[in-house]
Design a protein around this ligand. Structure first.
Ligand SMILES: Nc1ncnc2c1ncn2[C@@H]1O[C@H](COP(=O)(O)OP(=O)(O)OP(=O)(O)O)[C@@H](O)[C@H]1O
Ligand SMILES: [Mg+2]
Length: 313
């Protein structure tokens, strides 16, 4: 699959401060890519570089086959951007806001009216579309800004913290919309977020930035491995067999830490690949097994482990 975004040693400095340092990254068509990192890690700067709003200090990028540096307008015609603090014209209604932006983005006049109405409908704003946006709640404004980013039907969306400051219900609505834009409409989404459960729920792959450098990129399971995190395993056995199972595991797998309470064993330090062998040993010894449940590391576990590892290196 051809990557939609491709960067090679992309770098941007502000004076002595290197906001993005030698970033090499690919984002494939149709994926939801999460871009994570502490405040000031370089996420927003990367979005601005990829849209040709900022010039790079070094390296190169290609977005939808164009260079952002020399061909920004061609890219912006096919990408939608939700900035960290979207500026809406608060004196105008949602319908007028969208209509003006449709003109700015060269939406053909014949299609404009329907497009605006469809988006108002899709983003649950139709009922209040005639009201001034200044009177909207934060969640409504965010939906409005997201609708605006979609006016020209972009195939690639950059969303910079789309749920910051939203209540759980409004955030869930935005999550559902993002999933719909990706799964049902096939758009590629580049999502910056501080909300790790959100990234875990929405993203196919994530990249983690620290001080301008990409310290890890991949699927959650790949990152867990990169962070040196193992699988936690819960095993239910017949109560009478628990201490025998405990002794057997300690003898056969000395690298695994085992603890047990009535009928339940907890294993840490296990690798995925060793689970079948471990079950075979227990079953082979006549231990009555009722449940084996691996608990994968969460993105939150991974995020902190990666940063700790980075700090120690
Ligand atoms: N226009 C600018 N002028 C000077 N410094 C800048 C500018 N834009 C960004 N920076 C600096 O670049 C670094 C990265 O900033 P950036 O906004 O990309 O971080 P971020 O990862 O988006 O952070 P946050 O999570 O807080 O939004 C910071 O040190 C910031 O101060
Ligand atoms: Mg930012």
């Amino acid at each position: 699959m051809t990557p939609v975004i491709q960067t090679s040693t992309l770098t941007r400095s502000f004076g002595a401060n290197t906001a993005v340092q030698s970033l090499t990254l690919e984002v494939d068509q149709g994926e939801v890519f999460g871009f994570l990192g502490h405040n000031g890690a370089g996420k927003t700067t990367t979005i601005r570089l990829l849209n040709g709003v900022l010039a790079p200090s070094g390296g190169s990028a290609e977005v939808l086959g164009f260079s952002p540096h020399t061909d920004g307008p061609s890219i912006r015609q096919r990408t939608g951007v939700l900035t960290e603090t979207p500026a809406l014209d608060e004196r105008l209604s949602a319908r007028d806001n969208l209509s003006i932006y449709a003109d700015l983005f060269n939406v053909p006049p014949a299609a404009k009216r329907q497009r605006v109405e469809d988006l108002l409908q899709q983003f649950d704003l139709s009922d209040r579309a005639r009201e001034k946006v200044g009177g909207y709640s934060k969640g409504m404004k965010q939906r409005m800004a997201l609708a605006r980013a979609l006016l020209h039907d972009p195939e690639l969306l950059f969303l910079d913290e789309p749920t910051a400051g939203l209540d759980p219900v409004a955030a869930r609505q935005v999550h559902d919309l993002i999933l719909h834009l990706s799964r049902d409409e096939g758009r590629t989404i580049f999502l910056c977020t501080h909300n790790l459960p959100e990234a875990q729920r929405l993203c196919d792959r994530v990249g983690v930035m620290e001080h301008g450098r990409l310290i890890a990129v991949g699927k959650t399971s790949e990152l867990a491995q990169a962070a040196g995190l193992s699988v936690r395993l819960e095993i239910d056995v017949a109560q009478d067999d628990a201490s025998r199972a405990d002794a057997l595991l300690r003898e056969m797998f000395p690298q695994i830490k085992v603890s047990f309470t009535a009928g339940q064993l907890f294993l840490t330090g296990t690798r995925y690949e060793s689970i079948p062998g471990l079950i075979a040993v227990l079953a082979g010894a006549g231990i009555r097994l009722y449940r084996v449940s691996p608990q994968e590391a969460t993105l939150e576990d991974i995020y902190f482990a990666l940063h700790e590892k980075e700090a120690a290196s």
